[in-house]
Design a protein around this ligand. Structure first.
Ligand SMILES: NC(=O)c1ccc[n+]([C@@H]2O[C@H](COP(=O)([O-])OP(=O)(O)OC[C@H]3O[C@@H](n4cnc5c(N)ncnc54)[C@H](O)[C@@H]3O)[C@@H](O)[C@H]2O)c1
Length: 505
């Protein structure tokens, strides 16, 4: 089955933030679109809103006035559900309530033709469950757009237990024809994005709770070393803590309390205090105009270094060698176990053990652990951690080397797997479990995380590039360090390491 014909009539029910955006997308793609809302006047207002939005794009020269008029002419507000009887696809974007959605679809089934596809934009309800009371549950699927729908490329095509595969293909092709990036997913809690993204928030919240660093420092590390568009604290301030916390709680409950999804007391306290983020003027940050934003904490050194020794290969951090040379630092190469020596300091990429533990176990004095960077040649910041008893001169040497190579250096307390490495390992672990459990393919999980939440790399491709054996060690060490199931490595990760394959082989 291919995409719906451009002349096929589409209906959107619910003219709120999502419904209006979805109606705009379908109309811009060329379909006649009917918009229905049970609040009198809401659908017409939404169409006026779309007209205004498109008008702004015309003013900026991004859209022709002809295209604006043609799009708006394809949109029609209707005030009774019977008007939707000859639609080829009806997309529901009403209130997030199972019983209300079920009742709406039952009503739709009684008035629409047998080949009309029914779709829900739900973000948290089960498609299987919404469809359960229909006479033809095979015709109902999830069509999960992201906010704002006209801007965000990702659409999750969600199949419930009964959904017809041919209809999932039709919606996939249709979303593609609308200029979107669709992915297939099974109806499981959080689908792909709202599940796989949870560790991004959870691990940063835990690092904050454990005093590894403050929120400006952790945010700066996610951006400047991890390559994420925003750190977890500024992002949750933007999303709203009430919304983000509710999604976490719903995923946690849906997975029967799996501690990987454990909600954070720090976030709950913000919700309890009404500090919901930007929309309430305060969250992790204060949005009063008079308040200057706290800056990340950095450590600096006045020592001058111009030479270092690399023993073996630094693993995922190996590109650091080229960066050091670019900054006129002599790099002497020797055989060894992946260590970088400068003065009395020994630097190494974290393997998930705390510095104090690794120093003792591996007999390394003055050990400084390095965090992960998306690109060690480009990153402007790097996190380090070390034992409390490191010799001050050794710390000076290590920091001086990184500074000379152009990094801002943020020191974390001695935390297992530091910040970026821990976050990426846990994102990849969750992504691996989603693939293992048949929720989506590795390619679709990665695409979803890039297109849905703008990650710089898909978590599985990222893990592949770091090396799966290293990711496995990091998780095993986190699990041993914390003694918690939360960090258990996915069976798929273990299998790929044992097979000597990557996630994308
Ligand atoms: N807001 C988001 O970021 C987002 C993202 C993805 C998916 N979703 C999902 O999309 C759906 C809508 O979310 P929203 O943020 O647009 O909500 P919203 O509150 O902005 O809009 C909902 C609209 O539906 C109307 N409505 C409610 N019950 C109705 C009914 N029985 N019949 C007709 N109209 C009805 C309301 O009047 C309102 O205009 C929810 O299922 C939500 O989970 C939301």
């Amino acid at each position: 089955m291919t995409a719906l014909n451009i002349n096929a009539r589409i209906a959107v029910i619910g003219a709120g933030a999502m419904g209006a955006g979805i109606a705009q997308v379908a109309a811009q793609a060329g379909h006649p679109v009917l918009l229905l809302d049970n609040r009198p006047g809401a659908a017409a207002q939404a169409i006026d809103g779309i007209d205004r939005q498109l008008g702004k794009r015309v003013e900026k020269g991004k859209l022709s006035d002809q295209a604006r008029m043609a799009t708006v002419a394809r949109l029609r507000a209707v005030d009774n559900i019977e008007a939707l009887s000859d639609c080829a696809l009806i997309i529901e974007a009403i209130v997030e309530n199972l019983e209300v959605k079920r009742a709406l679809f039952r009503q739709l089934e009684s008035l629409c033709s047998a080949d009309c596809i029914l779709a829900s934009n739900t973000s948290s309800l089960s498609i299987t469950s919404i469809a359960a009371q229909l006479d033809h549950p095979q015709r109902l699927l999830g069509l999960h757009f992201f906010n704002p729908a006209p801007v965000m490329a990702l659409v999750e095509i969600v199949s419930g237990l009964a959904s017809a595969p041919a209809l999932a293909e039709c919606l996939y092709d249709t979303a593609k024809a609308w200029g979107k990036k669709p992915v297939h997913t099974r109806s499981t809690p959080g689908f792909i994005v709202n599940r796989v993204a949870r560790p991004f928030y959870a691990e940063n919240l835990r690092l904050l709770q454990e005093g590894a660093a403050d929120s400006p420092t952790l945010d700066a590390l996610m951006r400047d070393a991890g390559g994420f568009a925003m750190g977890a604290f500024e992002l949750t301030d933007l999303i709203g803590h009430d919304v983000n916390y509710a999604v976490t709680c719903s995923v946690f409950d849906a997975y029967y309390g799996d501690t990987r999804f454990l909600p954070s007391l720090i976030q709950k306290e913000l919700v309890d205090a009404g500090r919901l983020g930007r929309k309430s003027g305060q969250g992790f940050y204060d949005y009063c105009e008079s308040v200057t934003r706290a800056q990340p904490t950095e450590i600096s050194s006045h020592t001058i270094v111009d030479t270092c020794v690399v023993e073996g290969d630094l693993g995922a951090a190996n590109a650091l060698q080229a960066r050091l040379r670019e900054h006129d630092i002599e790099v002497i190469q020797r055989d060894g176990q992946g260590l970088l020596r400068v003065g009395d300091a020994v630097l190494a990429l974290s393997d998930g053990r705390m510095a104090c533990q690794r120093a003792r176990e591996d007999g390394l004095d003055n050990l400084i652990l390095l965090d992960l960077a998306l690109d060690y040649r480009q990153a402007s910041r790097i996190a380090i951690s070390c034992c409390a008893d490191i010799h001050p001169a050794a710390l000076e040497h290590g920091v001086a080397l990184l500074q000379r190579a152009g990094f801002s250096v943020s020191q974390l307390s001695d935390s297992p797997a530091l910040a970026v490495l821990r976050t990426v390992a846990m994102l990849a672990n969750e992504a691996a479990d989603a693939v293992l459990q048949g929720v989506a393919s590795a390619a679709d999980v990665d695409l979803a995380m890039r297109a849905g939440v703008n990650y710089p790399l898909g978590p599985l491709a990222w893990a592949d590039s770091i090396g799966l054996a290293h990711i496995l060690s990091v998780l095993e060490n986190l699990q041993a360090g914390y003694g918690e199931e939360r960090y258990r490595p996915s069976l798929l990760l273990r299998r790929r390491v044992a097979e000597g394959r990557t996630f994308h082989d």
